[in-house]
Design a protein around this ligand. Structure first.
Ligand code: HPA
Length: 284
């Protein structure tokens, strides 16, 4: 099976972005989850490239997602951000969900910071908590690496420590320094778009999941195949189905991300600022 979302296609897309932001050399890529796009307003010297101007990028269809790649600076580092990701529940193949990661790597990014909105399963998580992702469960029914092996990628990437231990330490200590409570846990990625049933949430808890969402996993798999270092944060926007008995709505998800976005932005910005000091980052 050939993928349209190959390294070659990524190089083309990266060239279209570079044309608009020629002087920038992003080393860190950030993917902004549902309702967390507000961070993009804090990006300095920002060059916004709408998805429509990037070959291979479809239009966005989800409320709360803007649909642009933004190149600029944050926390003193050159970054590229994705505001409006591609979800598999929109009908996109896993390789498209992960395609922006190939593009950002082609632009020069070596690190990936992922974020998402997620339902809280663990009793240790409250609505409005930020949870550092320590590991994930791929329950999306697909893997973005299926198909032709891509140049520069590992065919069988190791997923031990997929979320980089050095970056996790940096994120944890950054949150401590800022006085932001940062939980830690395992993110289960499901296809969606329906939310889970209470029985499915019970199952996920038995499987070791602390939070559940509909994204992130394909992006992280491709990042690991490319040797990128990954860190991630989930914003716990609601109690997962059956945990409190309340019904779930996308409006609640966006309302919570709005409320938490200021802490999220401070955390990411300070994390980036500290990550620029090479002695603070271990290199595995
Ligand atoms: N389930 C799946 N995805 C989600 C949820 C949830 O409860 N909340 C936000 N994204």
């Amino acid at each position: 099976m050939k993928t349209e979302y190959s390294t070659k296609a990524a190089i083309k897309a990266a060239a279209a972005i570079r044309k608009r932001a020629a002087s920038q050399q992003p080393k860190v890529a950030i993917i902004l989850g549902s309702g967390l796009g507000g961070l993009s307003k804090s990006i300095g010297d920002a060059v916004r490239v709408p998805f429509g101007d990037i070959p291979g990028f479809p239009e966005v269809t989800v409320a709360g997602h803007e649909g642009a790649v933004i190149v600029g600076t944050l926390g003193g580092r050159e970054i590229v951000a994705l505001s409006g990701r591609f979800h598999m529940y929109e009908g996109h193949p896993a390789a498209l969900a992960a395609f922006p990661v190939r593009v950002f790597h082609a632009l020069g990014a070596q690190e990936l910071f992922v974020s998402n909105a997620a339902g809280g399963i663990s009793s240790k998580l409250a609505v409005g908590d930020l949870m550092m992702i320590s590991d994930h469960l791929n329950l999306m029914g697909a893997n973005p690496l299926v198909g032709e092996e891509q140049e520069g990628e590992l065919r069988f990437p190791d997923m031990t420590d997929a979320y980089n231990p050095g970056l996790r330490w940096l994120l944890r200590t950054t949150a401590e320094k800022l006085g932001i409570t940062l939980r830690e846990g395992v993110y289960a990625g499901l296809l969606g778009p329906s939310y889970e049933t209470p029985s499915e949430v019970k199952m996920l808890r038995l499987l070791g999941a602390d939070a559940v969402g509909m994204s992130t996993v394909p992006e992280v798999i491709v990042a690991r195949a490319l040797g990128m270092r990954v860190a991630g944060v989930s914003c716990i926007t609601n109690a997962a189905a059956g945990v409190t008995g309340a019904a779930l709505t996308h409006a609640e998800v966006l309302e919570t991300t709005n409320r938490v976005s200021a802490s999220f932005e401070r955390l990411v910005t300070e994390f980036l600022a500290r990550s620029a000091a090479p002695q603070l980052v271990m290199t595995r």
